[in-house]
Design a protein around this ligand. Structure first.
Ligand code: DOR
Ligand code: ZN
Length: 335
């Protein structure tokens, strides 16, 4: 197969930012995806119903030319029942960041154990919990250490749908089949790279992200569940744009920008592993079932037609800028 037609592809984890950056990157996401789960880590965070409504309007404005459903998220904090009731219809879930774990997470949760009443309300209201699952331990061990928290949450709130965001380890993969209410997103970069690609040779700032890419055996474990389209695994790019000045800097910001090349990268990978027939489930069907959503009906054709990854999208450098891809989008979503 040298071509695949994807129906309503979805990106279940993306950073669209605000202002000029939003105007730059949101159309690039909407040209590929029929919908996306939009992260709330703005400064200040999207942590009130007012902010949520404002941000929804902003994303809608920036994607007005496309058939695109923004699935908004709220930034986790100690919400009251009234606040959750008011916010519920405007969002798909609540994103929990441990304080200080990554970009703009300073306002995240200090003590997850102290938030039981919020998890209980979310469980009661059937609001999914999306989690950046890293401790503050040694960088390579953070996700594995966090599995303790996932186990606790999954057991204590058995009807709460918990999405382990951007998993990078075999440890996290192993949880999927142990707890009915645990799900996961996987990025495309973590299916291609390990820590060696980031710092094993020359240091590659545009491959630096949180969670950091891990070991070859972790990548293999991720590949196995994605290429099989494990029913609890969804595509979430974690495409996270930063201006080049923030990436090529003594303090490099975490984030890999993949939005415009995610589908070609995935098609190339699934094709190489003779699994193209599984791509539809991984990039859309699983997410529709898990989140109970019906996105706009779109079609995107990805074909084995080579492309060169642009050097930059304005001030944002994509993953593998300037290099060749074997696959490309020959019919984007809005045509
Ligand atoms: O690499 C990352 N970048 N990981 C995250 O969790 C946040 C993201 C961002 O917002 O830049
Ligand atoms: Zn993210």
């Amino acid at each position: 197969m040298n071509s695949v037609t994807l129906r309503s592809p979805l990106d279940m984890h993306v950073h669209l930012r605000q202002d000029a950056m939003l105007d730059l990157v949101a159309p690039l996401t909407a040209a590929s995806f029929a919908g996306a789960v939009i992260m709330p880590n703005l400064l200040p965070p999207v942590n009130s119903v007012e902010r949520l409504q404002w941000y929804t309007q902003e994303v809608r404005r920036a994607t007005a030319a496309f058939s695109f459903a923004p699935y908004m998220t709220l930034f986790f904090r100690d919400y009251s029942e009234q606040e959750l009731m008011a916010a519920r219809e405007h969002m798909i879930g609540i994103k929990l960041y441990p304080a200080g774990a990554t970009t703009n997470s300073e306002h995240g949760v200090q003590q997850i154990d102290a938030m039981g009443h919020v998890f209980a309300m979310m469980e009661e209201m059937d609001i999914p919990l999306l989690v950046h699952g890293e401790t503050h331990g040694f960088v390579m061990d953070r996700e594995a250490e966090f599995t303790r928290v996932y186990r606790h949450l999954a057991t204590a709130y058995p009807r709460l749908r918990i999405v382990m965001e951007h998993i990078t380890t075999a440890d996290a993969v192993a949880l999927l089949d142990q707890y009915e209410n645990l799900f996961a997103t996987v990025t495309v970069h973590h299916l291609y790279i390990t820590l060696d690609d980031v710092v094993g040779g020359l240091m590659r700032p545009h491959l630096f992200c949180k969670p950091i890419a891990k070991r070859p055996e972790d990548k293999e474990a991720l590949l196995r569940v994605c290429l099989d389209a494990h029913p609890k695994v969804m595509f979430g790019s974690d495409s996270a744009p930063h201006p080049v000045s923030m990436k090529e800097s003594p303090g490099c910001a975490a984030g890999v920008f993949t939005a415009p090349i995610a589908l070609p990268l995935l098609a190339q990978l699934f094709s190489t592993h003779s699994s193209l027939d599984k791509l539809q489930a991984f990039v859309s069907d699983n997410a529709q079932r898990i989140y109970r959503i019906t996105p706009p009906s779109t079609e995107v054709v990805v074909e084995k037609v080579p492309m060169t990854i642009p050097d930059a999208y304005d001030e944002v450098i994509p993953m593998w800028a300037g290099s060749k891809l074997e696959w490309s989008i020959t019919k984007p979503a809005h045509q």
